[in-house]
Write a protein that binds this ligand. Sequence first.
Ligand code: SME
Length: 152
Amino acid sequence: MPDYDTLAKTIASLTEGEDDAVALMATVTCEVHHFDVRFDWTGFYRVTEPDLLKIGPYQGRHGCLQIPFSRGVCGTAARTGKVQLIPNVEAFEGHIACATSTRSELVLPVFNGVGLLIAVFDIDSDQLDAFTVEDATQMASILKVVFKAVNI
Ligand code: SME
């Protein structure tokens, strides 16, 4: 099992006292991306205007710059406010193929300290069925701690 305890502690110590959303996103992206070889693209899409996501800090090959709430796995996470664990992207209607190598995805909504949706956190894998419910639960808990400091 991946060592989520260490990941959470590392991220907490790196981000303590920081409340800038982009600084936090960049740090979380870096730590998570290098945490597990299953993760081939890791990054944030930010809510920059109603019903629109724009690319934020990421690691991996280039991502699409804009995603409307109406489209893709990221848009669905933003629209519903619910975690999207997609074992096979080809079976997901409306999946956006920024990278044709992506086979599975985990996308989590990101809320600030007052419960406002500020972004989604997207982890993509070139492996089919790469993500577990444990991944989703642990990532959600890390995001909650980190982004509660943000006031935008
Ligand atoms: N796969 C995502 C789009 C973002 S990228 O793959 C980096 C989606 O369908 O929402």
